[in-house]
Design a protein. Sequence first.
Length: 95
Amino acid sequence: MSVTRTDQEISILCEVGAAPKDVEIDGPWRALYAGGPIPFGLTGVVAGLVDPLAAIACPVFVASTFDGDVLLIPSDRHADAVAALLRAGHAIDRQ
């Protein structure tokens, strides 16, 4: 679960059953976790993950944490996304 607040909105990433009532819900999504820890000085990590997905026109929503990045992929594009990431040289532990 992740809660992000800006001056314009509050975004809550959670399982559908945990969502507050009467809010706009988008999905369904599948999550891929790029585990870390990832050094703060390392650049291009998210780009390296998102670029292969952009190449296949796959939408992605990224949520970053201290230890890693979560890629949210539309459920119906999950298999395509996994294949694109594997072709790009990424290792995926669980699908």
